[in-house]
Design a binder for this molecule. Structure first.
Ligand SMILES: Cc1ncc(COP(=O)(O)O)c(C=O)c1O
Length: 375
């Protein structure tokens, strides 16, 4: 324990937003221009952001929407998912993945995750029924799901694949970006995502023109023009103001990705020495994990979490209870033991700060605290 007279612990925040947006003048200048133009809804900055986003990830089209959750929900709607259908996804994801399936009117079907915390491709087929319409893999934490196997299963059972890439901008398998494997890839621009804006925002990428056109209608009241409505729909447009922020930041994506990978490699090297206490997920050379979250499995996780927090390290748990055991999942009829890997991981998983603005001193402090705890 820290005694009187000792230096206070270095504070290593989980959030890095004050550093990321320390230089806001260029963004404010863009917003000044936006206000002058009055181009507030689906304006020029949105079109510019969509073009930049698609080109960054090697997709033909991008459609900006109100959030990552809307990106998922609207894409499911657009590919025809609705009441009576089932959608297969991972049990260890963020609640929004499941929420989007439910909001689309379909039944959520969970599958366990594997040792990398992505959907276990060996268990997908057992979850497929005559009602299954789509597979919704999640590139959890920025770690690509096994898209080769998922696409093969989808082809065999004639299913649509929509990717939840909300945590995985710039992640890739053999250089091909996550979000470009299925018919649509869904991203979040939430303030804590690797590429973030000043509130909510989301994007879908696709090579499919029909999907692009349907999403453009779905996000904007079904309006084909001001006075014609193709169908009744939603209002979920990427805000022009958020697009201004995104346009400013998107050029830094490579630096953000590289910095997070570099930080994760240092954490891996240090934590990898704590054998028996700490388990790291296997890392695949052909996959680019972009470390939206740096996670590992810790012995005595809750005590380590408290120890780190006392020493100023903003560690977190994503998440302590998997979705199938949440009150929201009660109507689905799952029980404890149904997804043993997700359940075991939830009890041991811990997230450390890994963001692009960490200093060497902060990284060393995180590492020292974990080492001290186990020594
Ligand atoms: C895996 C996953 N899916 C979906 C979402 C939803 O994104 P948003 O918060 O932008 O609605 C998030 C992020 O919060 C997420 O982490």
């Amino acid at each position: 324990m820290k005694t009187a007279g000792q230096k206070p612990y270095l504070k290593v925040n989980y959030s890095y937003l004050s550093r990321q947006f320390a230089e806001i003048d260029p963004i404010l200048e863009g917003i000044r221009e936006l206000v002058k133009s009055g181009d507030f809804t689906l304006g020029k900055p949105v079109v510019e952001f969509e073009q930049k986003f698609a080109s960054l990830l090697g997709a033909r089209h991008a459609v900006g929407v109100g959030s990552g959750t809307d990106a998922l929900f609207l894409t499911l709607k657009a590919v025809g998912v609705g009441p009576g259908d089932e959608v297969v996804t991972a049990a260890n994801t963020f609640v929004a993945t499941a929420g989007a399936i439910e909001t689309a009117g379909a039944k959520i079907v969970f599958v366990d995750c594997d040792e990398k915390s992505v959907i276990d491709v060996e268990k997908i087929e057992a979850a497929i029924t005559r009602k299954t319409k789509a597979i919704l893999p999640v590139h959890w934490a920025g770690q690509p799901a096994d898209m080769t196997k998922i696409l093969a299963i989808a082809k065999k059972h004639k299913l649509t694949v929509v990717e939840d890439a909300c945590q995985a901008i710039d992640a890739a398998i053999d250089g091909k970006r996550c979000g470009t494997f299925g018919i649509g890839g869904c991203f979040s621009l939430h303030p804590l995502k690797n590429l973030n804006v000043w509130g909510d925002g989301g994007v879908i990428i696709t090579d499919d023109e029909t999907l692009r056109d349907r999403l453009r209608l779905l996000r904007n009241h079904g309006m084909s023009d001001r006075d014609s409505y193709a169908f009744f729909a939603y209002n979920s447009r990427l805000d022009s103001l958020q697009a201004v922020v995104g346009n400013h930041l998107i050029k830094d994506t490579k630096w953000i990705t590289d910095s997070r990978i570099k930080n994760a490699e240092r954490l891996d090297a240090a934590l990898g020495r704590l054998k028996g206490k700490v388990v790291l997920s296997p890392r695949s050379k052909n996959e680019r994990h972009v470390y939206h979250l740096y996670q590992f499995f810790a012995e005595d996780r809750d005590a380590l979490l408290a120890y780190l927090r006392e020493r100023g390290v903003g560690a977190k748990v994503h998440y302590p209870v998997p979705l199938h055991l949440q009150p929201a999942a009660k109507p689905l009829g799952y029980k404890k033991g149904d997804f043993p890997v997700a359940e075991a991981q939830a009890a041991r998983i811990l997230t450390l700060p890994v963001h692009q603005h960490l200093t060497d001193e902060e990284l060393e402090h995180i590492i020292r605290c974990v080492e001290d705890f186990y020594s």
